[in-house]
Design a protein around this ligand. Structure first.
Ligand code: ADP
Ligand code: MG
Length: 615
């Protein structure tokens, strides 16, 4: 039998190797941006089409390449940045493996135009799947422009594997952020399908972070600095009260590289201990500088995971530094963890300066008026509140006053009160009262029922919204004065993903160049809570990196997040009428027992349970 081992042809070997470097459009973006920076550029522009699937282009004004270098650049292990293995430990540049361009050309159609300062004519090279198609002199400004078209054109399986445009674009934007956040002194632009997402002038670090994350971040930042032999730290942390429900704003950079480091992440979060609300995460932008020989950045091909010689000592230094910064900024000593979210009136828990609780005062309150629910929350209209989830709810309610004596026959409490017979039959008027401005208590035929008012309304609004999002758009209240909403490009793209669903719930938006105007909001939403609510919805969606085609779960998340914000809070005084409405609507729901996030909405106590307490 003849020999069977063959050497793989170069282009196949390149394709296989490419898999390590080029996983998705964002990986190409990262490599190209880093090359531009290594080339000493002061201006870099990134142009993307179709989330990088059609085009990824990076143009820089760096030092450019000679004709020979331009050809060499696409060879595997071609790099100008190291010449011996020792250099690996002294790295100051970003790239060093000489693999990026070779990998990219193996799986795309690439055009390169480059010229150095001293060149009269530059070089233009076209390649496709590692093969040079053409090379000619060209008039081009100093610097380099690389265009990568039709990524994975020759590996259909990989192309098919790419996620939706929204997801791929988000990944690209993440990479762009990471690079731009290290190089505040370099000007960047970023354009997608012809519209400019970012235009970042050269500036200082704080301003760069603000330019990327949005103006509102500025007031949230606390500076951090520390200088030790092992590590120098500078950067910013977010004030604890601005902690987020997603881990979005968490950045570690080491020697000007973005890294992920769960151990150091722990150091930061543990410094925040006791200062954060439940399920909230701190924001941080931390830049570490360590001696190059004490770090091994070469352990992972995409170089986001690194190993340090002195991790334990660094952990302690990072933690102490953050604690110190937090202490200097003298935080309120409120221990959020002692105040579960559900126990605190939502509004109050967020107010930074105390002010009179507005929602409870309403001089126009008229308990005899049909639309009494307006009273408690001002803007919400009863029209929307009373909108039945199931048309039969009204029957349920009217039936209450005419409970027949037969209901006395019921002697066992069913797990869920389904019918009006459950309620105390002896009196014409149902007895119902509010306890601690938080619970609604009402006698049952065989005991009593205690309903958590916020959770009950949360369930009601949730089911209503879900229906609006998926089937039957709800009513909008148009705002007399539209609310300006400044949001960064990433948030904006999330917004456009869920725009239709939001509009179904009653929101309406007007997009302008750099901001969004909210012109209408759902009936139940207080105007003062609009931005906070929308921001939470966006964060919530961002934390959800699943397949956006699962529209049900997206609708579900949206309805959950919105309804939590729209539901009446604990601490709000309810009128008798409101309590009755709430009770009726709750039991007209499909799943009255639990909130959308699976908490108990009500409890029942049977007569014998009450009796046993008197033993
Ligand atoms: P590495 O960055 O690891 O050296 P790459 O494949 O990314 O490997 O690039 C190969 C070489 O091509 C670089 O070492 C550099 O000399 C040259 N090069 C790549 N991009 C640029 C650019 N934008 N400007 C100037 N030179 C570049
Ligand atoms: Mg490189």
């Amino acid at each position: 039998m003849s020999d069977v081992i063959k050497l793989l042809p170069d282009h196949v070997a390149n394709q296989i190797a490419a898999g390590e470097v080029v996983q998705r459009p964002a990986s190409v973006v990262k490599e190209l941006l880093e090359n531009a920076i290594d080339a000493g550029a002061t201006k870099v522009s990134l142009t993307i089409e179709d989330a990088g699937k059609s085009l990824i282009q990076v143009m820089d004004n760096g030092k450019g390449m000679s004709m020979t270098d331009a050809r060499m650049a696409f060879e595997r292990h071609a790099t100008s940045k190291i010449s011996q293995a020792d250099d690996l430990f002294q790295l100051r540049t970003k790239g060093f493996r000489g693999e990026a361009l070779a990998s990219i050309v193996a799986v795309a159609q690439v055009s390169l135009k480059t010229a150095r300062k001293e060149d009269e004519l530059g070089t233009h090279i076209e390649l496709e799947g590692s093969i040079i198609k053409s090379q000619e002199p060209v008039v081009t400004p100093q610097g380099t422009m690389i265009s990568v078209r039709n990524l994975f054109f020759n590996i259909p399986a990989r192309r098919k594997f790419l996620k939706s445009d929204n997801v791929e674009l988000r990944n690209i934007t993440d990479e762009f952020h990471r690079v731009a956040m290290i190089h505040a002194d370099i000007a960047f632009t970023y354009t997608h399908n012809g519209s400019e997402l970012f235009n970042l002038p050269a500036t200082g670090l704080r301003q760069r972070i603000v330019n990327i994350m949005g103006n509102k971040v500025n007031e949230q930042l606390v500076p951090v600095t520390e200088d030790t032999e092992l590590v120098k730290i500078h950067g910013f942390i977010g004030k604890p009260e601005y902690s987020r429900k997603t881990k979005g704003y968490q950045f570690f950079f080491v020697n000007d590289r973005y890294i992920k480091h769960s151990y150091f992440h722990h150091a930061v979060t543990s410094a925040f201990e006791g200062l954060l609300r439940d399920k909230h995460y701190p924001s941080y932008f931390l830049y570490l500088t360590v001696p190059t020989e004490s770090v091994d950045i070469n352990i992972h091909p995409t170089k986001t995971e690194v190993k340090f010689d002195n991790e334990h000592e660094m952990y302690a230094i990072i933690r102490a530094t953050i604690k110190h910064a937090l202490g200097q900024f003298t935080v309120d000593t409120i221990d959020f963890q002692k105040e579960p979210q559900y126990e605190v009136p939502y509004d109050l828990s967020r107010q930074t300066t105390p002010s009179a609780p507005k929602i409870e005062v309403n001089p126009d309150f008229n308990p005899f008026k049909e639309e009494s629910f307006d009273a408690a929350r001002k803007t919400p209209s009863s029209q929307s509140f009373k909108k039945p989830v199931d048309p039969s709810w009204e029957a349920l309610y009217t039936g209450l006053d005419e409970v027949s004596p037969q209901s006395e026959l019921i002697d066992e409490t069913p797990s869920v009160p389904q019918q009006e017979e459950l309620f105390e039959a002896s009196t014409q008027e149902k007895q119902i009262f509010q306890l601690q401005r938080k619970f609604i208590v009402t006698p049952l035929q065989n005991g009593m029922l205690i309903i958590h008012q916020h959770r009950a309304h949360y369930r009601i609004v949730y089911e209503q919204l879900l229906q609006e999002i998926t089937a039957q758009p709800g009513v909008s209240q148009q705002l007399l004065f539209p609310i300006m909403w400044e949001l960064n490009a990433a948030d904006r793209s999330v917004l456009s993903e869920i725009q239709t669903q939001l509009e179904n719930t009653g929101f309406s938006f007007k997009f302008t160049d750099h901001s969004v105007e909210v012109t209408g909001v759902p009936m139940l939403l207080n105007e003062s809570e609009v931005l906070q609510t929308l921001q939470e919805v966006i964060e919530d969606q961002q934390s959800y990196h699943g397949d956006t085609s699962q529209s049900f779960s997206q609708a579900d998340r949206l309805a959950t997040c919105l309804s939590k914000n729209m539901a009446i809070r604990s601490g709000v005084t309810l009128s008798r009428k409101q309590m009755e409405q709430l009770t009726d609507q709750l039991f007209a729901c499909k799943e009255p027992e639990i909130t959308p996030d699976k908490r108990k909405v009500f409890i029942q106590m049977t007569g014998s349970q009450i009796n046993s307490k008197f033993n």
